[in-house]
Every structure is written in structure tokens, then in C-alpha cells.
Design a protein around this ligand. Structure first.
Ligand code: NAG
Ligand code: NAG
Length: 849
């Protein structure tokens, strides 16, 4: 108290003569008048949990709203021996009941009593439960409480708290005394107290100034909500803030030079000094070297700075530097200011970054164009999931990181470490893996260059697969740009490298897994754009790629890829549809071939695809309800019980009540992956058309010979399928197909690496079906090859005769393109267009280039 102006002399406690010293226990049982209490007289009672190292140790008891106080009072009432131990008589305790003071919604008007009952608190020693009760009551009481009695009955406690405090002080019933929330120990080991000091303050509490700071924040990008909230909170909360100190490094306070400016208050607009520092310093920090502008430190008067920073008029009587020279500095400042981005640690949101806003608005009061454009706060950097610390050895310098992982490898892992205000995490494993992937990528670029030179890549019209890839590239380029603009480098790396590489992998897979099937134009567009969008993170590797693919100039000078505005959204969905379909079909195939607890089945040849054209009426109703619920619930699904209750109200669903919840489960899974799009009642594209376009890919991915498609609204559809298949998610069933006969396809041309292929012919196979089987089995028959089939004129002799090098096809006849195979299993006979063909056909695969 003596440090807070409550004694005559600062820091000195005077014991007035005649005052008595006595132990606190002597006060027990004393009759007291408590300020604002309803009882005229109360008694000082023992409470075991009270702190006795500050003040008198006597505190006001509020059993109505403080669980601790209520528990202590109850103990005394219940336990006669306890009363006796402290010499407390029954009249001092038993007549006193808690008085309702505050009404709290949900807790009633005796919140402490209510919470103690709810948590079954038996005594004042149940510390944990009491702490929990206290938290609940204080929080709700402060924000939701309404006064029931006294001068301010009917008002919210939060609004009258300060007013009542002022009233008490005004009436002489209280003194203002401040204490730290917790015990504070200084570095020297002393306990700290709150003291009034001789200080200079910046009054951040000034309402006008606060308003400007809020305006400055409003027009400022903060990159993440948490920083914005932190800044907002600090602006609101800040009031007088000490800005001087008596020792340390710093600038002397101009109007009171025995003090220094405290460093956080001083570090707010020094960014503007950067704009002219190169004219003034020339490498020296103490001003003993005169910089290129020829200005000495004593010439840098306040008036000079006013001219450079504040557009003051030139006045040679006050400004000891030539106008020309100052204009040069002013031009620099005008060019660079305002700050585009101020980056700082998240621990400086509550001070430096907020002061920076305040001070900018103070110095450039009516010039919002001089206020910072963006502030970015970042977290700390972990190394391999742990805090960096020299003492534990978990430590790495930038130089070490570059030597270990190369500059690009390190930058790769740094970008991946994370942005925002959460702590970032640098992982060595990511740097190593990244480096390896980049190296592999360069090797692949070199291979492609060779293929291009040999014209071994595909050219011509784009097909569906190409167009999907093209749109996906564009979309990722755009998304990646947004991530860079938002300074979200982890996202930029994910979108611009991981995802970008994945679309290439998918594209390759959909093109039969062969580089030669890739479209030359697209794959080179991929290389160029991949280099460009990764170059901010990995400038060296991408510069290398840039050179390899023959681009002019340096990639650092190149522009971001253009022409990416026409992303075809429906096409993207179609691409996703086909990929997902193949993915689920592969799972189905595994399940079919390796049934649980039974012997594995051989690879099937036929697939039957079931497609739902649209949702049946009852499912549409469910979807519409789910959409409404999700919208009401912040884009999330509510609990199943809520869903069931809502759906239960739908008259039209009564007949389907058994099916609705299983259907909800199916939709929920979809929703988890696709969000709101999963609740659309119709498909935006023709599923059959897309499946047909991609039939080849489907057949190859599943190693099937035939695919048949059926709609679920056809009458013979099993009920279970009707109920579970939804538009956009077809289902497949497999079967071994009809039995067939073996047939050998033979290549009779020399030196082209194509050999005999054994396959099975089924009754009704067309020539193109056989060719497909051939291509599937023999991957050396490339898409660029046109395949023709030839039968032997003498099917019995077949290939058992000499082959002429000049005319190897002399003993053969070419089959028509529309030829159909007839297979007689019993007689083991294969005929084509009325001709028996024996067991061997000749195939010719000619490149169309
Ligand atoms: C596009 O062409 C490639 C290469 O021939 C092929 O692998 C792919 O299946 C084609 N896509 C479609 C949908 O036809
Ligand atoms: C096949 O070629 C060999 C060697 O040239 C020859 O001796 C033989 O007569 C030929 N056979 C037929 C059936 O032409």
C-alpha cells in the first residue's frame, strides 16, 4: 500500500503511535459492518483457504455467489466442533443465510449454492471441485449476471462493476489497491509489488487515437484471423503505457533527457528511416561516418525530418541542409512508404505491432495512405518437432541447413514447415525427400527432352484426358497464386508442387502409364508452369529446368503463368468422377477376388456397372432436409438424433423410415469428402457418356475384357442396389464371363520386339475386342500402333511352314474390321465370317507415324 500512495511517504510505512499489534485470530468473532451488505451486523468467521500474507486477512464473504465462501459458511454451520475450536458462538453463524444479489440465467439467484449442489461439494477442502464451480459462476456471473438489489438493480453486473467501485471509494468505504494476479518474482529473486512510479506515459486510451488505430487496422491485411483479433483486442484494451525508462540502450526522451525511450515504444516507425538510411550511414551505426548525402548527424534536426516525412515547407533558416539534398531523401521516402508488410513474431502482436499502428496514425494523422498495408505475425520454428535449443543440441543454423540440404532443399522444407501464428516445424525428412523428388524430376525432364527430339511423344487433338489435365493445371496454378498472395507458403508448396505433381501422375496413369502417350504440348506446358510456380520456393532447381527446356532468360525474371482463367469446372468434376469411380471399382475388385474366409477367385473378365440416373423422390427429400440442416449448422452435419428427428417429421418419408438413416450414412461419407456438393440432387453431367469415353481406361485399370452398363431404375435391379447407389457414384459387380477358347496371336515381322500373345476368345467377340485384349496383354503394342489381324488360308497347317522374309503375310488373309468371332466350345472350333481359323492368327502392328 505504501507504494501506491496510501501512506504519507512513498515506500515508507509509519506505525502511528497507539496502534496495537495483535495476531489475526484475535479478530475472529468480531462484529462488523460490511459495506453494501443486507445484514446490519456480520461477524468475522474463520475460513481456512484465505491467504494471510497480505493485508488484514479479513475479506468480504459472499456465500450467494462465491462457492468457496458458501462452502466455508456451510462447514461452520454443520460442524459444531469447528465453531468451538475458533470460539465462534451459534448466533454468529446459524442465522446467516446467503442473500440473493445477482440473477444468472441457468444458475438462478444463488449461483454458488446451485453449483455446490450440482457438484455435490461437501466441504471447503474440495479444492478442485470448488475451482470448477468458481470458474463457472464467475464467468457467467460477470457476463450474464443481472443485479437484483441495491441502487443498480436490473442492470448487468458487467456494466455496474466499475460504477459500484467508484461509489464505494466516493463514500469512503473503500480505497483503491492493486495487486498482481499471481506472485511475481524478479530475476534477482525478489517478490514484486505494484507501485506508482515517476513515469512518462503514452496515452493509448485516448478515444480519438483509438478510433484512428482501429481505422488503420481496418485497412490493413493481417493474413490470419487470430492476429486480427489479437490486434483488435490490444487496441481496445491499451490505456496509459509507460514509454520511458531510466537505464539501458536507447534514445533520450527529448523533453526530459534524464530518461530513455523504452525500446518497444521507440521501435514503431523506424521503418521509414530505412528508406533514407543508405544516404546517411554508409555502414556505420554510430554516425561517425558521413554518408553519401554529406549530412552530419547534428544537421538531422526535427525540422529536417518534418520536411522529409511530413511535407513541411522548406525553410533554410531552420533546415541546415540544402533543399536539393533533402528532396532526394524525400523522394526515396515517398517511393517506399507505406510499408507493404511488417513481419514479426506472434508475441509482438500485443505490443510492437499494435504500437506501430497507433504511432503511424499519430505521426501521419490524416494520411491513411501512409499507414501500413499489412502486418504479418508468425509462430516460432520447431526443429524436428521440438523446440530449438542449444543446450539440448536440437539446433541448426541456416548455414548448416544449406550445407546439409542445399539451398533449395532447405527452402523446400521451410516452406513446408507452416505459416500462420502456430509454431512452424522444420523436418529434416521433408528436406531430404524434397531434394530427392526435385532431383528425380530433373532427370525425368531430361528423358522427356530426348523423347521430344525423337518425336516419341503424342501430338494431335486433345482428348478428354488431355482436357481434364489442362483444366486441372490451370486450377492449381490459380489456387497456388492465391496461396502465395496470402503468404501461405505451405499451401503454395502443397498446391504448386505436391498436388501439381499428383495431377501429372494421374494424367500419366489415365494415359496408360506411358510417357509416350502424354501429349507433347501439354507435358511441356506442365514442365514450364511447374518450374514457374515452384520458383519462389526452389529458385535454383527451377532455373535449371528453365534452361533445360530452352526458355529465354532467367526464370527469376519470368512472369507468373497466364491464360489460366478458363478453368472448365464441369470438366474437373467429370475428371474427378472417373478417378473416384476407378478407385472404388478397384476396391470392389479386390473384395471380389479375395473374399473374406473363402478361397480367392481368378481375375474376372466382365464388369457390370450400375448407374443411378437420379435420386428417387424419398432420397431427394432427405437430401433437401440435410442441406437445410447443414446450412443452419455452420456447414456441418448435426448429430444423427437431430437428423432423425427432422426426417421423422416428413410425411413422405414414413414409408421409407427403415431406409432413411442408412441412406444418411452414405450421404455423410460423401459429405465428408465433397462438402455441400454431395447434397446436390442431380448430376451435372451424363455419367454414361463419361464412362464410355473412358472405357479403355476402365478396362485397363480393372484388367477386364467387357463392361456392361445398367441403370438402377431398370426393373430387374436388386433392391439393395437401388437403395444404395446414388448419382455420381456407380457400383460394379464382376463375373467370370462366358467360357472361351484359347487363341494365339503371332507376329511374323522381323526385328520389332513383338512376340506371341495367348488370349481367350469368347463367342461374339468383335475384332476390336480381340485387339483390345491384345493391347492389354502386350504393352509393347503402343497406342500409336494400328493393329490388323490375319487368318491362315490353311488353318490346319497354320504357322507350320516357312515364312518368307520378303512377304511374310503370303499365306494369310486379312480380317475385315467388322469381323465377329464365333466360338463352339464343344467342337473346340473358332470361326470368323464363316472361315475356320484354327488356333493361331497373325497380327500386324504398324506405327502410324
Ligand atoms: C487420350 O489419349 C491417350 C493416349 O492415346 C489415351 O491413353 C487415353 O486413354 C485417351 N483418353 C481418352 C478419354 O480417350
Ligand atoms: C523351307 O525352307 C528350307 C530351307 O530354305 C527348305 O529346305 C525347305 O524345302 C522349305 N520348305 C517348304 C515347305 O517350302
Amino acid at each position: 500500500m505504501s507504494y501506491q500512495g496510501l501512506t504519507k511517504e512513498n515506500g515508507k510505512v509509519d506505525f502511528v503511535k497507539g496502534l496495537e499489534k495483535f495476531p489475526g485470530s484475535k479478530l475472529l468473532g468480531a462484529a462488523l459492518v460490511a459495506p453494501l451488505a443486507q445484514y446490519e451486523k456480520v461477524y468475522a468467521l474463520p475460513m481456512l483457504t484465505i491467504k494471510d500474507d497480505k493485508g488484514t486477512g479479513v475479506v468480504t464473504s459472499v456465500p450467494s455467489d462465491s462457492p468457496d465462501d458458501f462452502a466455508a459458511l456451510s462447514d461452520l454451520k454443520k460442524k459444531k466442533p469447528l465453531r468451538e475450536k475458533y470460539g465462534i458462538t451459534d448466533e454468529m453463524v446459524l442465522p446467516f443465510e446467503p442473500v440473493p444479489i445477482i440473477e444468472i440465467e441457468g444458475l438462478g439467484n444463488l449461483a454458488a449454492v446451485e453449483m455446490c449442489t450440482r457438484l455435490k461439494i461437501q466441504s471447503q477442502n474440495e479444492k478442485d471441485k470448488l475451482e470448477e464451480a468458481k470458474k463457472e459462476v464467475y464467468l457467467k456471473g460477470f457476463y450474464d449476471g443481472v443485479m437484483l438489489i441495491g441502487k443498480y438493480a436490473g442492470q448487468k453486473t458487467a456494466d455496474v462493476k466499475k460504477v459500484i467501485q467508484q461509489d464505494l471509494i466516493a463514500e469512503g468505504l473503500a480505497e483503491k489497491y492493486v495487486e498482481p494476479e499471481k506472485k511475481v518474482i524478479s530475476r534477482s529473486g525478489d517478490e514484486c509489488v505494484v507501485a506508482l512510479c515517476d513515469q512518462w506515459y503514452l496515452n493509448y486510451g485516448d478515444p480519438e487515437w483509438k478510433k484512428d488505430a482501429h481505422r488503420a487496422l481496418q485497412q490493413c491485411e493481417t493474413y490470419c484471423e487470430e492476429s486480427k483479433r489479437g490486434l483488435e483486442y490490444t487496441i481496445d484494451w491499451l490505456h496509459e503505457h509507460a514509454c520511458s525508462r531510466s537505464y539501458g540502450l536507447g534514445t533520450k526522451l527529448p523533453w526530459d533527457p534524464k530518461y530513455l525511450i523504452e525500446s518497444l515504444s521507440d521501435s514503431t516507425i523506424y521503418n521509414c528511416y530505412y528508406t533514407v538510411a543508405h544516404f546517411l550511414q554508409q555502414g556505420s551505426l554510430d554516425g561517425h561516418v558521413v554518408g553519401p548525402a554529406g549530412i552530419t548527424h547534428d544537421q538531422l534536426t526535427d525540422d529536417v525530418w518534418d520536411y522529409i516525412f511530413l511535407e513541411a515547407n522548406y525553410d533554410n533558416t531552420k533546415m541546415p541542409v540544402a533543399k536539393d539534398t533533402l528532396d532526394k531523401l524525400k523522394k526515396e521516402f515517398n517511393f517506399w512508404y507505406p510499408i507493404d508488410m511488417r513481419v514479426s513474431g506472434k508475441d509482438l502482436v500485443g505490443n510492437h505491432l499494435t504500437y506501430l499502428l497507433f504511432i503511424h496514425t499519430a505521426i501521419w494523422k490524416d494520411k491513411p495512405e501512409r499507414w501500413p498495408r499489412s502486418l504479418r505475425a508468425n509462430g516460432h520454428l520447431l526443429l524436428n518437432n521440438e523446440k530449438m535449443s542449444k543446450s539440448t543440441g536440437n539446433f541448426m543454423t541456416l548455414t548448416e541447413a544449406i550445407e546439409t540440404f542445399s539451398a533449395d532443399g532447405m527452402r523446400f522444407s521451410l516452406a513446408d514447415a507452416g505459416d500462420g501464428v502456430d509454431d512452424a516445424n522444420f523436418l529434416s525428412a521433408i528436406a531430404e525427400a524434397g531434394l530427392l523428388r526435385l532431383y528425380t524430376f530433373i532427370t525425368w525432364v531430361e528423358e522427356l527432352l530426348v523423347m521430344k527430339k525423337e518425336n516419341a511423344l503424342r501430338t494431335g487433338e486433345f482428348n478428354f484426358t488431355d482436357r481434364v489435365f489442362d483444366s486441372e493445371m490451370k486450377k492449381l496454378i490459380n489456387d497456388c497464386k492465391k496461396a502465395y498472395e496470402g503468404t501461405n507458403y505451405k499451401d503454395a508448396l502443397k498446391l504448386g508442387f505436391y498436388d501439381y505433381q499428383n495431377t501429372l501422375t494421374m494424367y500419366r496413369e489415365m494415359c496408360g502409364g506411358l510417357d509416350s502417350n502424354l501429349h507433347e504440348q501439354l507435358v511441356f506446358r506442365f514442365l514450364e508452369t511447374q518450374a514457374l510456380i515452384l520458383s519462389p520456393i526452389c529458385p535454383h532447381v527451377t532455373e535449371q529446368i528453365w534452361k533445360l527446356i530452352g526458355k529465354e532468360g532467367f526464370i527469376v525474371n519470368a512472369l507468373w503463368p497466364s491464360g489460366t482463367d478458363d478453368v472448365d469446372v464441369v470438366l474437373l468434376k467429370q475428371g474427378e468422377f472417373i478417378r473416384e469411380t476407378v478407385w472404388t471399382f478397384r476396391q470392389e475388385l479386390k473384395k471380389y477376388m479375395f473374399p473374406k474366409k473363402r478361397d480367392p477367385l481368378p481375375q474376372p473378365t466382365e464388369g457390370l456397372i450400375w448407374i443411378a440416373k437420379e435420386y428417387p423422390m424419398w432420397q431427394k427429400i432427405v437430401l433437401q432436409n440435410l442441406e437445410t440442416l447443414a446450412k443452419e449448422n455452420n456447414g456441418q452435419f448435426p448429430d444423427n438424433s437431430v437428423i432423425a428427428k427432422t426426417l421423422g417429421k416428413e410425411e413422405a418419408l414414413k414409408k421409407f423410415s427403415k431406409k432413411t438413416m442408412p441412406f444418411v450414412v452414405v450421404v455423410k461419407e460423401e459429405f465428408a469428402r465433397k462438402g455441400m456438393a454431395a447434397l446436390k440432387v442431380a448430376c451435372e453431367y451424363d455419367q454414361v457418356e463419361i464412362l464410355n469415353i473412358n472405357k479403355e481406361y476402365l478396362l485397363n485399370s480393372l484388367d477386364l475384357d467387357y463392361i456392361i452398363m445398367k441403370f438402377t431404375d431398370e426393373p430387374d435391379t436388386p433392391q439393395a442396389l437401388q437403395d444404395t447407389i446414388v448419382p455420381g457414384r456407380p457400383h460394379i459387380t464382376f463375373s467370370a464371363g462366358k467360357p472361351g477358347l484359347p487363341l494365339t496371336l503371332r507376329n511374323v515381322h522381323l526385328c520389332n520386339g513383338l512376340f506371341d500373345v495367348e488370349l481367350e476368345v469368347i463367342d461374339g467377340d468383335t475384332l476390336s475386342a480381340i485387339v483390345r485384349k491384345l493391347r492389354r496383354i502386350n504393352k509393347n503394342v503402343k497406342p500409336k500402333h494400328i493393329v490388323t489381324l490375319w487368318r491362315y488360308k490353311d488353318p490346319m497347317a497354320g504357322g507350320r511352314r516357312n515364312i518368307s522374309c520378303e512377304d511374310p503375310l503370303a499365306p494369310n488373309v486379312k480380317l475385315n474390321d467388322d469381323a465377329v468371332f464365333k466360338v463352339d466350345i464343344e467342337l473346340k472350333k473358332i470361326t470368323v465370317d464363316g472361315h475356320e481359323v484354327g488356333q493361331t492368327l497373325v497380327y500386324v502392328a504398324e506405327s502410324n507415324e
